[in-house]
Design a protein around this ligand. Sequence first.
Ligand code: PLP
Length: 379
Amino acid sequence: MTPKIAQFLAEQKPATPCLVVDLSCVRTQYHALHGALPSSRIHYAVKANPAPAILRELHALGSFFDIASPGEIDICLEAGIPAQKLSFGHTVKNVRSIAYAHQKGLTLYAFDCLEELEKLAEHAPGCEVFCRLGVVNTGAQWPLSRKFGTTPESAFTLLQKAHELGLKPVGLSFHVGSQQTNTEAYGDAIAQAAGIYHRLKKQGITLDFINMGGGFPTYYNSPIPSIDQFGQAITKAMNTHFPDTAPRILLEPGRYMVGSAGVVHTEVVLASRRGGGDGDPRWVYLDIGRFGGLAETEGESIRYTFQTPHDEETSGTSPCILAGPSCDSMDVLYEKNLIPLPDEIKAGDRINILATGAYVSTYCSTGFNGFPPLDEYYI
Ligand SMILES: *Cc1c(COP(=O)(O)O)cnc(C)c1O
């Protein structure tokens, strides 16, 4: 929680639930990542939080942007970002989306199979393409494997095929999984990409870049490596695998860029040891839940930190089950990993959920069960 957000909440007393994002944190994160890997080009993954204020802030800092749909293209163009600064990083696109991107002037596209490559050759002729490798996502708390990426052997074949189809093969990409807490995950993936890079070079195809995706973690409630440690691991792997000239590094951070910049401000609707016995668990129902934006609590994968008004003066805490406000019994945030909260917690108390700037606002339903979507403030 930054002083600016604390002051905003104290002065404005906004209705709950709401998300408040401190834009100066986004700037800090951009500079820290750029400082850790100075020669990299950063393509912010727009899906993490597409708020125009964030896009404009990052654009002013020189960021590029990674988008996945015509909707995200429009948001970026409306924020004043030129099409040349957008990459279409999604490997699964319908032909209308490809044609739309091409018409708007996007030149860089991802693929991971022959069929997608053929769609690109037809609907975005002459474009630059990069092939996504499937890499293991061990160490990631929100894995992105299985659904995307191909084998090294097929990447080697497909990038040559791209050339034959009149496209420009310019890179390889991978994503080590979101909220990746193991710095070595990048090194292993770089080793794979380097193997293909060198084989292609012998065939007369020199790739411009390796796109290392995102994955850089946000601090929630357990220790994570610093961004400099990630930078060192990546630099070391690049030096090992590219002793002569190295391709450029592209990064697609989402969570890292905005996660720590946001706070969800929520109200307790009900707090009760239902059943009444001492052994019965205490339930705390908030006015935001799984459908109000906290979708990453699925499987209790992402574990947020909760700040309550009683943290300083509590007489004791009890492990609580945390749930959302809707009538759906799936709408429980944490049930296996109970959250210790002060016993004084009662209906009407305001609770802050820290580091919720990424993957919250757009995961919010349009009004499930009549609960209005989260308000957002960018300060
Ligand atoms: C979601 C996504 C990202 C961002 O990942 P983070 O873990 O949030 O940094 C980057 N690249 C692609 C292709 C993605 O789908």
